[in-house]
Design a protein around this ligand. Structure first.
Ligand code: 1CP
Length: 365
């Protein structure tokens, strides 16, 4: 599938810029909403598409721009969410470095040869060429912009360096994270070397997505970080996130940059000193307290309805969504879930959540 990439000036102009304004902490006529992991497994049209013909495996869908764009647009067409996120995965970066990954049904991503020993980094490419290894994502980004036709902004993303390192060492999702945590204690220099290389790739890939048409950028630092000690967070996570934000904003000044750093509210004052425009909160966050702690810093917030709430009845969903909206308040806020969509969510319930946000009127006090 050949994609003819259009230059930014030739792409359709944006009509609904609510998410851009909210992310930059500017007033909006209403609160905008999208959901992490909105494209994918909970949608029957996604499952239908992935079972079409011989059935597509997950990474082949990511690599086919027509398919990736079709999936990206499904939540927009069904729910009228205020942003589209490009259909891809955080693990495309380890793949670009030469690591082989299988998507195993019922398990998730499984690396064929995870890093077992520091010497193993000789077998991976720490400086892959972004265009030749990840150009298929850039093609999908550009094609998505053409197909969205200016209805809403397109979000490009990467996984944060620690989330990627976790998968490269553990080889799959892990509860205890013993391999990763042992590496952090036993091979700190190698970890820094890897995190530094991953950060460079993240920066280059985010900037490339912006150049290809992404209008908002997000870093998902959402696995493993919540299980680190605070010392580890400030040594192995925070400096890299801060540097990524600094470098991306230097190159893409006006493009809002979002961070989802899961379960790390203790660091919110320090995160508010970085160049991220908007901080995503997870469902365990104390919203009012976070707002107070970063008051005057000009940062927007995003979040944080517990995804499991969408497994409840519609009245519960409406009640909890309203409670969330009142906690965040109308300005500098993007409504979202406090983590990704669950495959078990019914589209009906997801729609209830989206509509509840979009119809909310904050009474003038
Ligand atoms: O909204 C979207 O679905 C856009 C595309 C997207 C994004 C933003 C996918 C598609 N994955 C991600 C991010 C991602 N991938 C994260 C960070 C966000 C989070 O914490 O939820 C992580 C940790 C991954 C790694 C990953 N990919 C896992 C393990 C974690 C998990 O959720 O279990 C899994 C199972 C995947 C596969 C995957 N990625 C995306 C989809 C739709 C799927 C399911 C594929 C399938 O089973 O058919």
């Amino acid at each position: 599938a050949e994609v003819k990439r259009l230059s930014l000036s030739k792409l359709p102009k944006l009509k609904n810029d609510l998410i851009i304004k909210a992310a930059l902490n500017k007033p909006t006529s209403r609160v905008p909403v999208w959901m992490m992991r909105q494209a994918g497994r909970h949608l029957p049209e996604f499952r239908e598409l992935s079972n079409r013909g011989e059935g597509y495996d997950f990474f082949s869908m990511c690599r086919n721009p027509n398919i990736a764009v079709e999936v990206s647009l499904q939540p927009l067409d069904r729910y009228g969410v205020d942003a589209v996120i490009i259909f891809s995965d955080i693990l495309v970066i380890p793949q670009a470095m030469g690591m082989k990954i299988d998507m195993v049904k019922g398990v998730g991503p499984v690396f064929q040869c995870p890093l077992r020993h520091p010497e193993d980094i000789k077998n991976i490419d720490l400086t892959p060429d972004v265009e030749s290894t990840l150009g298929y994502v850039l093609d999908a980004v550009n094609l998505a912009r053409q197909k969205i036709d200016g209805r809403v902004p397109l979000i490009g993303f990467v996984g944060g360096p620690l989330s990627l390192l976790m998968f490269m060492i553990e080889g799959r999702s892990s509860k205890l994270l013993m391999k990763l945590k042992r590496w952090l204690f036993v091979y700190p220099d190698t970890c820094h070397e890897l995190l530094s290389a991953l950060s460079d790739i993240c920066v280059e890939f985010l900037v490339a997505q912006q150049r290809a048409g992404a209008q908002v950028l997000q870093v998902f630092e959402s696995v493993a970080v919540e299980s680190l000690t605070q010392d580890q967070y400030y040594e192995f996570v925070y400096p890299y996130l801060s540097s990524i934000a600094e470098r991306v904003k230097r190159q893409c000044g006006d493009t809002p940059l979002l961070l989802f750093s899961k379960g790390t509210d203790y660091a919110v004052e320090k995160l508010a000193e970085t160049k991220f425009d908007c901080l995503g909160l997870c469902y365990t966050s104390d919203v009012e307290q976070v707002r107070k702690r970063i008051e005057g810093r000009g940062k927007a917030l995003m979040g944080n309805l517990d995804p499991s709430c969408l497994l409840a009845d519609k009245d519960v969903i409406r009640k909890e969504t309203n409670r969330m909206l009142n906690r965040f308040g109308p300005k500098g806020y993007i409504a979202n879930l406090g983590h990704g969509c669950l495959p078990e969510m019914s589209p009906d319930n997801v729609e209830t959540f989206v509509k509840c946000v979009q119809e909310k009127c904050f009474s003038a006090k």
